[in-house]
Each structure stands twice: as C-alpha cells, then as structure tokens.
Write a protein that binds this ligand. Structure first.
Ligand code: NAD
Ligand code: UDP
Length: 327
C-alpha cells in the first residue's frame, strides 16, 4: 500500500486531497499545525484506519517514510497570511526545506502547492508558466508571494542538485465546500455574507478579475500529475524549454469581482444583502487568468465544473454549516 503525507491536511484543500488519496487506496498521514485548518474538516477521515493525523508545525523537521508528499501547509487567505507574515514566510521556506529533506532521505516524490501569486500583479495575460511575474518584495502580500517563490527555488535546486522528484503546481483561486466561514477569501466571504443578510463587501470598485476553480477539479489535476511517470514529465518539460516541472491549474473563466457578487446574490435569491464598497488592499492584483495549455497537454485534464454549479455546491455547504453554528 502506498503511503502519502499531506502537509496542511486539515485545511480546505488538504482535507479534500486526503479524502481522495484514501479513496485511491493510500495510507494517508495529514500533518497540520491547525493555524487555519480545523479538526472538523477531517473528523470523518479519522474514522478510517488508513488515516492518521499529526499536529505539527512543518517549520520544524519531521520523520516518517512516505512514497509521496503533497506540500499544502501554508495559510492561503490574504487576511490570515497577513496576520502572521513572519510565520508565513518561514512556513513557505523552512517548511519546504523540511519536506525536501524528507524526500531526499526517503526517495519520496513531492508535489508542491505553489500559487498564481508568484506572478504578482501580472503584466502578461493570461499567465503562462514561462512568465516570471511582477511581485513587490516588501509589500503586505510579499510574505506569501516571495515565500512561495523561494519555495519554488528550493524545490528546483533540490531537483537539480539531489535529483529529488519534485512537481510544482501553480494553483489559481480555488473554492469549494470546507472553506472556513471566516476564511476571508472572496467566495466564502460573499456566500456567508449573503446567507446572513449582511452586505457583500467589494474591495475597490470591483473591476479587478479572478478565475475561480472548483476544488474537485484541482484535486483531479494534482492526482493525475503525481501519477505521471518521471521520465514522461522530464521529457515533456524539456521539450517546452521549462527547467522544472511547473503547471498552472485553474479555471480560465474570468470574472470581475462585481460580477461574482451579482452571481452569488442571484443564486441566493432570498438574501436581503446589498453591496458595500470597501477600500482596495495594497498590491491587490488587477487581473488573473490561467493559461492551462500545458496541463491539458500533459494530463489530458481540464476543469469540468462551471462557476454556477461549483457555487451552488459551495452555497449548500455553507447553508448547512451556518445554520448549525447560528443555532
Ligand atoms: P487553508 O488555509 O485552508 O489550508 C492551509 C493549511 O495549512 C491549514 O490547515 C493550516 O492550518 C496549515 N498550516 C499553515 N501553516 C502550517 C505550518 N507551519 N505547519 C503545518 N501546517 C500549517 O488553505 P487552502 O486553500 O487549503 O490552501 C492549501 C495550499 O494551497 C496552500 O499552500 C496554498 O498556498 C495553496 N493554494 C491555494 C489556493 C486556493 O485558492 N485555495 C490558491 C493557490 C495556492
Ligand atoms: N475581495 C473582495 N471582497 C472580499 C474579499 C476579497 O472584493 O470580501 C477581492 C480582493 O480584493 C481580490 C479578490 O476579491 O481582488 C480575490 O480575493 P481573495 O482574497 O479571494 O484572493 P486573492 O486572489 O486576492 O489572493
């Protein structure tokens, strides 16, 4: 039986990935310091004897023999990473170092959750993997953006110097059930606000864009990517003149934040919420949309869940969760 380690396994995406790995027959260990994660996300998984949970901060080294390590530990919502900026950079860099050392010691494959944020406020649209980005090194988002960029650098050098089998996935805005109601990202904020009849808070004038991927689509891509034989991966990226295996995953549908707010209100017709404009945080990227040509070619993958369908599933989750907690 294959053994997988999922760092950040009690978080939104880590819990979905852990569940999928269990369904695929793996023995799964989730490691998490519960900064933004929650035991509630994994309560059902804990009933499975092939699942175990370790409360640990990956900034400190850890043991264990694994075939595959999925490195997802890191707060992903701007509000949360900006509340603990030093810990965020250290998680990205020291955490990645500890993951890579474990892989080097045991021969595990590593799939690292990088981000579209490494493109910063992009000057190239849509963003292709070869684009090097436009990132502020000293702003309020830098702890995350530069931390994630440095993690990519470490992963690339462990691959070149020690031959570690590392695959990088640059994830564009992903949403779905099991996001925390106080996560702070736009989709969970708008849905929770609409369900509570509070005004939807649009930052800036709402003309900035994002592309929203449903969680199941991302997990499909991650599993397909990890399952590809290394020789096939190396040949593919070599032919594309990319030094390391790095893939965008996201849904190329691009929406303004104002349109997203309207769509969520359309899907929650009983809501009495209105729109409230708030100041735009600094360094907020103007627009974002993935070019997913490489993922389509390498994995035969593309997102299947349209925005309205993904939002409906996410709304259903929050309806239940909020009714529970408001009672
Ligand atoms: P999340 O905040 O729900 O999950 C992150 C998890 O990591 C949490 O459970 C948290 O407690 C844990 N964690 C944080 N620091 C840790 C540390 N030092 N040691 C151990 N555990 C730690 O966020 P998510 O959306 O599930 O994101 C998962 C990963 O995917 C992150 O690395 C994030 O950067 C990346 N990502 C997510 C998105 C997205 O839109 N969801 C986009 C790009 C990249
Ligand atoms: N945003 C917003 N209202 C909110 C939360 C976010 O208008 O309540 C905006 C935010 O300024 C950004 C976009 O929505 O332009 C996406 O924000 P999120 O925090 O979800 O992710 P980001 O892509 O910025 O990391």
């Amino acid at each position: 039986m294959k053994k997988a380690l999922v760092t950040g396994g009690a978080g939104f995406l880590g819990s979905h990935l852990s569940r999928r790995l269990l369904d695929d027959g793996y023995e799964v260990t989730a490691v998490d310091n519960l900064y933004t994660g929650s035991m509630k996300n994994i309560d059902r998984l804990l009933e499975n004897p092939r699942f175990s949970f370790l409360q640990h901060d990956i900034v400190r080294p850890f043991d264990g023999e694994y075939d595959e390590i999925y490195n997802l530990a890191c707060p992903a919502s701007p509000i949360h990473y900006q509340n603990s900026p030093v810990e965020t950079t250290l998680t990205c860099v020291m955490g990645m170092h500890n993951v890579l050392e474990r892989a080097r010691a045991t021969g595990a494959k590593v799939l690292h959750a990088s981000t579209s944020e490494i493109y910063g406020d992009p000057m190239v649209h849509p963003q292709v993997e070869a684009y090097r980005g436009n990132v502020n090194t000293v702003g309020i988002r830098s702890c995350y953006d530069e931390g994630k960029r440095c993690a990519e650098t470490l992963a690339s050098d462990y691959r070149r110097v020690y031959g570690v089998d590392v695959r990088l996935v640059r994830i564009f805005n992903t949403y779905g059930p099991r996001m925390h109601p106080n996560d702070g990202r736009v989709i969970s904020n708008f849905i929770v606000q609409a369900l509570r009849n509070e005004d939807l808070t649009i930052y800036g004038d709402g003309s900035q864009t994002r592309s929203f991927q449903y969680s199941d689509d991302l997990i499909d891509a991650m599993r397909l990517y990890m399952d590809k034989p290394r020789a096939e991966i190396d040949k593919f990226f070599d032919e594309k003149n990319l030094e390391v295996p790095v893939l965008n995953t996201g849904n190329p549908g691009e929406y303004t934040i104002a349109t997203l707010a309207k769509e969520i209100l359309r899907l929650i017709p009983e809501s009495k919420s209105k729109i409230a404009m708030r100041p735009l945080p600094s360094d907020d990227p103007r627009r974002r949309k993935p070019d997913i040509t490489l993922a389509k070619e390498l994995l035969g993958w593309e997102p299947r869940v349209p925005l309205a369908e993904g939002l409906e599933k996410t709304i259903a989750y929050f309806r239940e969760r909020i009714l529970d907690s408001d009672e």
